[in-house]
Design a protein around this ligand. Sequence first.
Ligand code: ATP
Ligand code: MG
Length: 180
Amino acid sequence: MPLTSLIIDGFKSFADKTIIDFTKGITGIVGPNGSGKSNITEAIRWVMGEGSAKSLRGRNMKDIIFAGSATRKPLNRAQVTMIFDNKNRELDFPADQVVVSRRILASGDNDYQINNQSVRLRDVRALFMDSGISQNSLAIISQGRVDQILNSQAKERRGIFEEAAGVLHFKQQKQQAQGQ
Ligand code: ATP
Ligand code: MG
């Protein structure tokens, strides 16, 4: 399920709408310190449902909105969109193209969309859960995460492997069923 494009608009240092198109193969992002490389991976984790402002290096989720610079006024909303080629149905969604989007307003209001339909966070999580790329999986490894994984307790490490193997979804469904 190739990621074809990432659109970052108002997220952290990306004050202008920025479209990153991914072609076949490996994409490398290079740039000087502070130019926004980590912000790109954080934008990906955020649109996939990241709930911890701290893990996005902020205090409050609203901190991810462009906060202004010497020459530009702060913005009052941020939006990140990921576009997937889903022709081979690797995402469990009945469309050839899947567009996942998250938006936050300065008020803190936050919403998600899949193919222009409003959805809940749990729908976004469910979409990515079995794909092995959900925001906690080993597909996205941020600075410091390797140490964290190596130093984690056995139970936490097992959870990471379960998610990567695609069994976590079934465990969560079982827990939900048992709780009902
Ligand atoms: P390094 O090579 O040091 O890892 P990097 O390319 O990964 O750098 P980032 O950490 O992605 O850089 O970007 C940091 C920049 O993003 C800083 O200049 C910071 O001021 C800016 N930034 C972070 N949050 C916001 C925000 N809400 N509004 C405006 N700018 C922001
Ligand atoms: Mg960085």
